[in-house]
Design a protein around this ligand. Structure first.
Ligand code: NAP
Length: 246
């Protein structure tokens, strides 16, 4: 079992899906966790902290908004005393073919999926650099590596997350901070529940491990990258995709 006792983690996009499961797994490993979503959810924080026996607090914050992130991260550092782990997970889709894609569908996806990673990482960088340690894990996607029609906004945002991950890893390596990305394949969450059933079956048939992934599969990879055991890994993209990108 990965041991994160004594660590504090921030997980963005943690109201459901991969982010919620990541918060749950990090807390089960002993970390105290600040969960962020667009709205504060004290009931969720209470449920997690009472079932897992560690401090979990909920914050409402648009993670693409610099002012909101600055205020929220300051409050988290003051409340928890320090932050060891940042998981940049929040993300959205606005799929559509290029010729029909509206400007706002492109801009919103880049803002929430990519700008947020820049804004949140910058907001925690000074704190982690001062402590000469930290773990940053960014949620990319297989679609940032090999993609498909109808996702020019999403694929561009996730390819951007991978570029940002590698550059930030180089900048922060000298201060003992690792920056890695996790690239999930097809994971069963609200995001993928929107897809037509026949498309899901088509995807499934093309996955070497012949199954869809679960949020727990992704959360376990995040927990490993957040642990002391992953100290010598930085600037990497860890696929959690059933072999899709093999
Ligand atoms: P999801 O179930 O749709 O959950 C998205 C989360 O992001 C929610 O907690 C949502 O909070 C939060 N969020 C959205 N916009 C936000 C904003 N501006 N500020 C703060 N929080 C915001 O998504 P998921 O499937 O778990 O995906 C999580 C991450 O994994 C995303 O980055 C996604 O691109 C990536 N991913 C998913 C898959 C997959 O197959 N599911 C595959 C590859 C990569 P609210 O509840 O407040 O809206």
């Amino acid at each position: 079992m990965i041991d994160l006792k004594g660590k504090v983690a921030i997980v963005t996009g943690a109201s459901r899906g991969i982010g919620l499961e990541t918060a749950r797994v990090l807390a089960a490993c002993g970390a105290r966790v600040a969960v962020i979503a667009t709205k504060e959810n004290p009931d969720l924080a209470l449920e997690l902290s009472s079932t897992l026996g560690v401090e979990v607090r909920s914050y409402g914050c648009d993670v693409s908004n610099t002012e909101q992130v600055t205020v929220t991260f300051k409050s988290i550092i003051e409340t928890f005393g320090a932050v060891d782990i940042l998981v940049n997970n929040a993300g959205i889709t606005r799929d559509g073919l290029l010729m029909r894609m509206k400007d706002e569908d492109f801009d919103d996806v880049i803002r929430v999926n990519l700008r947020s990673v820049f804004v949140c990482t910058r907001a925690i960088a000074r704190h982690m650099m001062g402590r000469r340690s930290g773990r940053i894990i960014n949620m990319a996607s297989i679609n940032g590596i090999r993609t498909q029609a109808g996702q020019s906004n999403y694929a561009a945002s996730k390819a951007g997350v991978i570029g940002l991950t590698k550059s930030n890893a180089m900048e922060m390596a000298g201060r003992g901070i690792t920056v890695n990305a996790v690239a999930p394949g097809f994971i069963q969450t609200d995001m993928t529940a929107k897809l037509p059933a026949e498309m899901i079956e088509k995807y499934k048939a093309g996955i070497p491990l012949q199954d869809l992934g679960s949020p727990r599969d992704v959360a376990n990879a995040v927990a490993f990258l957040a642990s002391d055991e992953a100290r010598y890994i930085t600037g990497q993209v860890l696929g959690v995709d059933g072999g899709l990108n093999a």
